[in-house]
Design a protein around this ligand. Structure first.
Ligand code: PSV
Ligand code: MN
Ligand code: MN
Length: 388
């Protein structure tokens, strides 16, 4: 088993970004369920994200979704984050929640709608300039429902044109992160359905365009760790949206459905050097289901990423390489499984104590009284998707 201390050092440095939208009310296609104490504005979302960081020590940033988190003064939002001990992270653009986007946003056949979508994407870059965010994350709900509805290749051309214009607008260290998703809301064609399409567009754009792998956005049975390994090898993995799924884009707690898959993904990241900050991979959560309480749900997701990372770090890579070189199939698989089957909870508890944290973040949150306090103080909390 590889070194515990080395594993702890890597885990201490790990940073997991939280989604602001995880703290608001959410639902299914059938109903949005209200919870007590959910944030009434972006400032309260930041306070809740900071609470997750306070208990886990490894979630120091929060991703924004615009216009859900639109405010007049981004400087004030940034200061609120800093005062709470965190920072503003990725800016997620939203060109999917407006009547005009019924037939698509940047790939819409109507040039006026395309212009409107592009203007929103530019506005997001302006916000990044104010928040100091490095990444602009783009997910498009664009696609078609019926054969013949629109020209598949023309839609790719429109997409490429919009992406090029946004990329052009970035400055300094800013990056464009393109997220793919197999289907939904479009059911026949989706304009960015898979990693290959996202990769091809990013390749054309340039060095600062990278792919986001949302673990819930694949067909059942897809080997996600292969995609991760491939993108890492090409220097094109920019970010993760971690969540878990049983059927489609379920947005469930990370590692709840398939912790072994999460371990396999993080093992590829670890062996490619992707855990180092210099690798520039944003480890984000995109978990926002509605039956679990919001803040403990995020704490659990963060802990599950940590557990999978710890197991990936414990793989004895020397023993693995030797078994692989010798063609020892069972030996190699055994090395991997030994690490996966290790109970890393004591190691993580030890790490948290060394970081001055309670070894049990879930219990510490429950004891803190924060949940009861926000339920009493915040009346009329908002749905995640309805902005400030
Ligand atoms: C789309 O399903 C997605 O995963 C994208 O990341 C969105 O921005 C996010 O969900 C929140 O709706
Ligand atoms: Mn996502
Ligand atoms: Mn999704």
């Amino acid at each position: 088993m590889a070194g515990r201390e080395a594993a702890k050092n890597a885990l201490r440095a790990q940073e997991i970004e939280l989604p602001s939208w995880a703290f608001g009310n959410s639902g299914t296609r059938f109903k949005v369920f209200a919870q007590q104490g959910v944030p009434r504005d972006p400032f309260e979302k930041i306070a809740d994200a900071a609470r997750v960081h306070a208990h886990t020590g490894v979630a120091p940033s929060v991703a924004l979704h615009i216009p859900w988190d639109a405010v007049d003064d981004y400087g004030a939002l940034g200061r609120a984050a800093a005062d709470a001990g965190i920072r503003l992270g990725t800016v997620n653009a939203n060109v999917f929640q407006d009547d005009d986007y019924r037939l698509g946003s940047v790939t819409n056949p109507d040039p006026a709608v395309r212009r409107k979508a592009l203007d929103h994407l530019f506005a997001c870059v302006d916000i990044m300039d104010r928040t100091g965010s490095r990444d602009l994350k783009l997910w498009f709900s664009d696609g078609t429902n019926y054969p013949g509805q629109d020209d598949i290749r023309a839609r790719q051309d429109r997409l490429a044109e919009a992406l090029a214009a946004v990329y052009e607008r970035l400055s300094g260290e800013q990056r464009l992160i393109l997220e793919y998703k197999l289907f939904e809301p479009a059911f026949y064609t989706t304009d960015v359905p898979d990693w290959g399409t996202a990769y091809a567009h990013c390749l054309r754009l340039g060095e600062r365009a990278k792919v986001c792998v949302d673990t819930g956005h694949h067909a059942p049975g897809t080997n996600i760790e292969f995609i991760v390994a491939f993108l890492l090898r090409e220097g094109k993995l920019g970010a993760f949206d971690f969540n878990s799924r049983f059927y489609a884009d379920d947005d469930l707690i990370v590692g709840a459905a398939d912790p072994f898959q999460l371990f396999r993904i993080l093992f590829e990241v670890r062996t490619a050097g992707g855990l180092a900050a210099e690798a520039g991979i944003a480890f984000m959560l995109d978990q926002c289901h509605n039956i679990e309480p919001k803040i403990p749900g995020q704490i659990r997701s963060v802990m599950n990423v940590q557990e999978a990372t710890a197991k990936a770090l414990l793989v004895d890579t020397d023993a693995l390489a030797a078994a692989q070189a010798a063609g020892d199939v069972l030996g190699a698989n055994g090395v991997l499984m030994d690490a996966y089957n290790t109970d890393v909870r004591p190691l993580l508890a030890e790490l948290r104590e060394e970081m001055g944290l309670d070894p049990d973040p879930m219990a510490a949150y429950a004891r803190s009284g924060y949940g009861e306090r926000i339920a009493a103080e915040r009346v009329g909390g908002r749905q995640a998707g309805w902005g400030a």
